[in-house]
Design a protein around this ligand. Structure first.
Ligand code: ZN
Length: 85
C-alpha cells in the first residue's frame, strides 16, 4: 500500500521473517518501504504500524520515544475500537 507521510511516500507492506517486528527505510531513500511483520495481530500490529509511522515522520527521533508513543497511541486507538476487518 502506498502511503504518504508529510508529503513523502513509502510502500507499506506486511512481510514474514523480518528481523524485527517492523522497520522503516529512511525518508531520503528511493523506493522506500515500511515493513511490518505479518505474524502480528491485534493491538500489537497496530502498535508497530504507529511506531514505524513515527519513524517515517521524525527520522531522528529517539527510539524510546517512538516505543512509548506507539504503545500509548495504540492503546488509545484500541480502546476506541479501531480494528482491521
Ligand atoms: Zn523503532
Amino acid at each position: 500500500m502506498r502511503i504518504r507521510i508529510l508529503n513523502r511516500f513509502w510502500n507499506l507492506r506486511f512481510a514474514p521473517n523480518l528481523a524485527n517486528r517492523g522497520d522503516c527505510d529512511p525518508p531520503d531513500k528511493r523506493g522506500k518501504e515500511i515493513r511490518v511483520s505479518s505474524a502480528l495481530k491485534g493491538e500489537e500490529r497496530l502498535e508497530v504500524i504507529v511506531h514505524e509511522l513515527v519513524h517515517s515522520a521524525s527520522w531522528h527521533i529517539d527510539e524510546k520515544y517512538a516505543e512509548r508513543f506507539a504503545r500509548d497511541a495504540a492503546r488509545v486507538l484500541w480502546r476506541l475500537g479501531y480494528r482491521e476487518d
